[in-house]
Design a binder for this molecule. Sequence first.
Ligand code: FAD
Ligand code: SIN
Length: 530
Amino acid sequence: MTFKYDFLVIGSGIAGMSFALKVAKQGRVAIVCKNSLEEANTFYAQGGIASVTNPWDNFENHIKDTLVAGDGICDATVVEKVVREAPAQIKELISWGVDFDKDEKGNFDLHKEGGHSDFRILHHKDNTGAEIQLSLIEAVKANKNIDVFDHHFAIEILTQHHLGKEVTRYTPGIECYGVYVLDQKTNHIDIFLSKITLMATGGIGCIYKTTTNPLIATGDGIAMVYRAKGEVKDMEFVQFHPTALYHPGDRPSFLITEAMRGYGGVLRTRDGKEFMHKYDERKSLAPRDIVARAIDTEMKNRGDDCVYLDVTHKDPEKTKKHFPNIYEKCLSLGIDITKDYIPVAPAAHYLCGGIAVDLNGESSITRLYANGECACTGLHGANRLASNSLIEAVVYADAAAKHALSKFKEYHFEERIPIWNDEGTSLPEEMVLITQSEKEVGQIMSTYVGIVRSNLRLKRAFDRLDILYAETENLFQRSVVSREICELRNIINVGYLVIRQAMERKESRGLHCTLDYPKKNTPKPSSKEA
Ligand code: FAD
Ligand code: SIN
């Protein structure tokens, strides 16, 4: 089947749905997502969303904190934009039904997280993401101009390549005409034609063995754009959250929000000793790259599998009130956080890089925008400040919507796109060929491309991934398309981009720490492109 929409949105997290709600005022919109509407990184966000709110806080402080965390390579114009436009977008979220906690006086109850100099994190208990996700879903479902295609998997972006023209990374004016989509209920591949496409496919956590991200986070949008010869950058900056609950086998790993350290939680080793003072004067509230490296060092030096977060000195009732979900989750594992230390270890959490976009959210491919975690706006630089991701997504949804609305009437539907050609393919002989390779990618990335890297480790990872790449491309050419083979292909593509861009950065900066180049380069290099 061929579908035609003014706006095609791939992804039903905060980035996709907030854009969809904005452009639906003037055009017909399709939201395509590969699971249910709910299943997205957004749903799992805990801590909250950063925006200057207190009368004694100010934009300059939020800007400074963001720049400091980004370690010298944030785009200052973007930082200004996001911080200054944040309050208006918070109002819009509230108008869509999002409820942020307030104190007894009716003022927003603001949290503080690592790297923030003030209390500016709006939140809904410790499940802010679920509150946002469910509110946006209600608004989307009530909007007659939006059609939802859940359990639909986007496979490839349509460009001039599909009209038989040669497209390389140097071809000027590559255009996006829509996407090939696998309907997972019928196993049929449909053509979705659009005037404007928004890529909002979220993160890449699943390229690692241990991650806080749900299973959808396989970097599909980034891989699709890379294969379509679009620009992808800053992929070496993978953020590891310092405090995922240590409970081996959990996938995703359950997050212990950074807000718990803002609340007074203290990191300790197994013997109860504090250690963060050895690494940073902000101790447990240092930015998360520093905390994650400190924990990694302590674990390696001591041969321990985890460290501990301690909130036992805090008022138990307050702890339960602020962190009800964490309390319940830990209790279900026999840990009463009001009495016991919480075992924690770092886990892959967030990608700062991604599809390069300009101030309008448009990618290097015309008619293709990207937003949210799959996009690289330049806000985060070498390290994202806590709770700056959700706010970036709504600010850029607004910018992209305004720009897309001013352009979409200029474009027409490209009717010449051929149907998907699966001639000569058959069902893969054994599913284990895919599942085993997926596990291997996770092992390779976690072992060699984790918190601390080196030339040797990166080279090892590159060589091993190369073998998996060749095997998988071969399998893909021979197989009937399935979500599983596409996701495997995508995690290999994305893993390759992380490794290659990490190899190219010959310094340690922000989240990229390498034993071979322990210092920062001066003058500061601009971020690289793929
Ligand atoms: P997502 O919300 O991940 O949505 C991605 C969508 O794309 C999904 O609908 C998925 O089905 C769809 N998709 C993917 N691939 C395909 C495909 N091939 N075809 C069709 N659909 C596809 N950030 C903060 O600012 N504050 C926080 O407190 C915070 N806490 C976090 C806690 C956890 C545990 C995690 C994992 C992240 C947290 N983050 C937080 C980060 C933040 O939640 C994410 O960066 C943000 O939600 C990403 O939103 P998104 O819309 O870009 O992607
Ligand atoms: C957290 O709650 O610690 C996560 C916040 C974030 O990822 O921004």
